[in-house]
Design a protein around this ligand. Structure first.
Ligand SMILES: Cc1cc2nc3c(=O)[nH]c(=O)nc-3n(C[C@H](O)[C@H](O)[C@H](O)COP(=O)(O)OP(=O)(O)OC[C@H]3O[C@@H](n4cnc5c(N)ncnc54)[C@H](O)[C@@H]3O)c2cc1C
Length: 622
């Protein structure tokens, strides 16, 4: 007889990057929440790269922060190195990335969960999940029974996890933890369709065994931009990374041993991430490339572990050692943790709603790697939305949905639940049609008011945003009313930047707008520049320089919003709409889109099908 251990509003299975945000947001919204993890010492673990952010992932982290999530704050507090990527390109793709102290980050997140009101954190493996009336019943390995109105599955790479290294494979979670085999069986018995995905990670070597003398160091940026918009003390750059490259010998060793790779040998059935390929995958897919760049990254201040970014592999240990030793700087490297691939169960996200609730299981939500995505940031973003919606569902409040035209989080979730994914889904800026508007620098302007309205952002932070908006408006007005007179100095600068010299006075705003110029270059001529935070000038300059493009994107967004507002009845029977093409009818019945907008993004639903649908809705007065 199971031992009854508690009744909750929301139960979160997992305390990885998704589970943490789900549990914190649910509890912060006042829902009585319980969070389970197989090991308390693996909360917020980074089984792969010890870093947060990167191209488009930095956008997600800043959006999570703007909405009231925890990842950005945790990253700033445990930063080893901070860099803004893609500064050579336009602001739409500027992305923050920080090297993180892996153990300190995990400790920080464990403490944040422990300190959270309304939240119980429990080390227990959930072995079964069943619906009993209106409640979900969760049973642990020790036969304790918990009930909850809503449950969030955020099991990551643990669900029936299986590790592969050469011809060796065994049931396991990442970093030597248990695999969650029983829960996988229980979900299948409940009727949840699961599939196999895989991912891989490189070796970690001891810093003392690396020859840094021949390696190129890479340092953090002078101007450090924190992830959190609420960061009072920006993080410091504490440690460098190092760059090296594979070579012909590396290629020879790997090519000669491909038959011993479980990936190429066919032992691994799970589908891997296209954009995080293993080194053997890269050697095969990009055979023409002479060398592949490798980053040697620190994992923490109090550890000698160094992460070999770019050398993910599932080749046998002896081959791993051989190809690592073929690389400059790593000739005598001592491997502390071998590279491996992990295969795990996850769900097809087409079975979820934009709230991340299952279409067929009321009150059951999915988040993170379990939903078919890959990456800490993608996981945390989904965890936040799933946690909010589980709490709102338990409290009988309206669902919380982020539009794809308003955020990368909205884009991520809409892509997953509307288009689906046949391999682990990684966010990229090219996935958004609105990337010039959805920049990392304005995530607070786009989302903090939403966070405030749902109750995750407090008054203080909201007022900080209002103050920032006031300063931006005032600065915009100031430069519109500031006229720079022609002078030898200004014209020397203009000619040197190959832009037309002044013959009469010119508005400062017009000068800043010029592609060759900007606030920095005009400092000397802008006598009355107020002492404002860098991000105020950054906002004004971007708005000015890209005014036309931004206007066009907002016009597109207005049109998209019009289609999103055209809702579809939940119980509409697409089989009755005879003029719909078969493929469209099947897809619409499977995905059950909430709006015409979402329907129009389903692959296999054509614009003609959308017109048929709009006519049907009109005729049926729906
Ligand atoms: C080997 C490896 C390589 C990776 N490589 C990459 C990469 O190259 N690029 C990339 O973007 N991402 C990579 N990742 C993925 C990245 O780690 C995940 O995206 C991220 O950790 C997902 O977060 P999550 O919260 O969904 O799951 P996780 O961080 O995996 O957390 C899952 C949580 O669920 C708990 N749990 C699971 N089952 C149960 C149960 N039955 N009962 C109780 N608790 C349970 C676990 O204890 C854990 O707390 C890799 C991961 C691994 C393991």
């Amino acid at each position: 007889m199971p031992y009854f251990s508690g009744e909750y509003d929301v139960a979160v299975i997992g305390a990885g990057h998704a589970g943490i945000e789900a549990a914190l947001s649910s509890a912060r919204l006042g829902a009585k929440t319980v969070c389970f993890t197989i090991s308390l010492d693996m909360i917020g673990n980074m089984p792969c790269n010890p870093s947060i952010g990167g191209t488009s992932k930095g956008h997600l982290v800043r959006e999570i922060d703007a909405l009231g999530g925890e990842m950005g704050i945790a990253a700033d507090k445990n930063t080893l190195q901070n860099r803004m990527l893609n500064l050579g390109k336009g602001p739409a793709v500027h992305s923050l990335r920080a090297q993180i102290d892996r153990r300190e980050y995990a400790k920080y997140m464990k403490h944040a969960l422990e300190n959270q009101e309304c939240l119980d954190l429990i080390q227990a493996e959930i072995v079964s999940l069943n619906k009993n009336g209106n409640l979900w019943e969760l049973t642990t390995m020790l036969d304790c029974l918990y009930t909850a109105k809503c449950a969030v599955i955020a099991t990551g790479t643990f669900l029936d996890g299986k590790i592969y290294v050469g011809d060796k494979s065994f049931s396991s979670g990442p970093d030597g933890t248990f695999s969650a085999v029983k829960l996988s069986e229980s979900l299948k018995n409940t009727g949840v369709k699961l599939r196999r995905f895989k991912t891989g990670t490189p070796s970690r070597v001891n810093k003392r065994s690396v020859d840094f003398s021949s390696l190129e160091p890479q340092y953090g940026d002078e101007r450090v931009t924190p992830f959190s918009f609420d960061c009072e003390t920006p993080p410091k750059n504490l440690l460098p990374c190092y760059v090296t490259y594979t070579n012909d010998e590396t290629k020879r060793i790997i090519t000669e041993n491909l038959d011993r790779s479980p990936l190429f040998g066919g032992a691994i059935e799970g589908v891997g991430p296209r954009y995080c390929p293993s080194i053997e995958d890269k050697i095969v897919r990009f055979a023409e490339k002479e060398r592949h760049q490798i980053f040697i990254e620190p994992c923490g201040l109090d550890t000698e572990e160094m992460y070999l970014q770019g050398l993910s592999s599932s080749l046998p240990v002896d081959v791993q050692e051989a190809f690592i030793h073929s690389i400059k700087g790593l000739e005598n490297a001592k491997i502390m943790r071998n590279a491996y691939a992990i295969e795990y169960d996850c769900v097809d996200p087409l079975s979820l709603k934009p709230t991340l609730e299952f279409l067929d299981y009321e009150g059951l939500f999915g988040a993170g790697q379990f939903n078919g995505s890959s990456g800490y940031e993608e996981a945390a973003a989904q965890g936040l939305v799933a946690g909010i919606n589980a709490a709102f569902k338990a409290q009988g409040k309206a669902p919380f949905i982020l539009e794809r035209s308003g955020s990368y989080i909205g884009t991520l979730i809409d892509d997953l639940v509307t288009k689906g994914c046949n391999e682990p889904y990684r966010m990229m800026t090219s996935r958004s049609e609105y990337r010039l508007v959805l920049r990392q620098d304005n995530a607070d302007i786009r989302l903090t008011e939403i966070g405030y309205n749902i109750g995750l952002i407090n008054e203080g932070r909201y007022n900080k945003l209002l103050k920032k908006l006031e300063l931006i408006k005032a600065e915009r007005k100031r430069i519109e009313n500031t006229v720079i007179a022609p002078s030898e100095g200004i014209n020397e600068l203009l000619v040197s930047r190959e832009t037309s010299a002044l013959t009469t006075g010119c508005k400062l705003s017009e000068l800043i707008k010029r592609p060759q110029l900007g606030y920095e270059l005009l400092t000397e001529f802008d006598k009355n520049r107020p002492d404002l935070p860098y991000e105020i000038f950054e906002q004004v300059e971007i708005e000015l320089k890209y005014e036309g493009y931004i206007k066009r994107q907002y016009a597109l967004i207005a049109e998209t919003r019009r289609l999103e507002k055209r809702l579809l009845p939940e119980n509409i029977d697409y089989n009755k709409i005879i003029n719909l093409r078969t493929e469209a009818r099947e897809k619409l019945n499977k995905i059950r889109p909430l709006s015409i907008g979402q329907a129009s993004r389903i692959s296999g639903v054509s614009p003609a099908d959308i017109s048929v649908l709009l006519i049907y809705l009109k005729e049926e007065k729906l």
